[in-house]
Design a protein around this ligand. Structure first.
Ligand code: 5GP
Ligand code: ZN
Length: 118
């Protein structure tokens, strides 16, 4: 269900602008407004749910689709394994940095990255 107070629901509904790179029946992908790497995309399901903690078995197919889409948009940006690779991140909970409570997969690339993340 669309949540009118959710920033990503508003983007998906076309009520807030975003630099879209992918749209399909189940999800969209757009550029992060505050990029943490030369390429920083967000893959976002059209269905509103807060986080991976709400990843029920009924959402199995959708969750797989989000990862497939993450790989697809990363490759479209040239971030193949040979092109430097990319990192996918799902923050779950404010304590680890989640700030928008509509599940999303970060896709980051275009620069070297350390491990472990901070
Ligand atoms: P989180 O901190 O929840 O893992 O990630 C939320 C991300 O959404 C942040 O990287 C933040 O920069 C991005 N973000 C927040 N508001 C907007 C917005 O209005 N438009 C876009 N494109 N990204 C946003
Ligand atoms: Zn939402």
């Amino acid at each position: 269900m669309v949540q009118t107070d959710c920033i990503f629901c508003r983007i998906i509904a076309g009520k807030l602008p975003a630099m879209m790179v992918h749209q399909d029946d189940l999800c969209v992908a757009f550029r992060d407004i505050n990029p943490q790497a030369p390429v920083h995309l967000l893959v976002v399901p059209r269905e509103h749910f807060a986080s991976l903690d709400e990843a029920t078995p009924e959402r199995r197919e959708l969750l797989g689709h989000l990862l497939l889409t993450a790989a697809r948009v990363a490759n479209a940006e040239g971030l193949t394994e040979k092109g430097g690779g990319y990192r996918t991140v799902i923050n779950t909970g404010a304590g680890v940095g989640q700030s928008v409570f509509h599940l999303h997969v970060h896709v980051l690339g275009g620069r070297p990255m350390g491990w472990p993340p901070g």
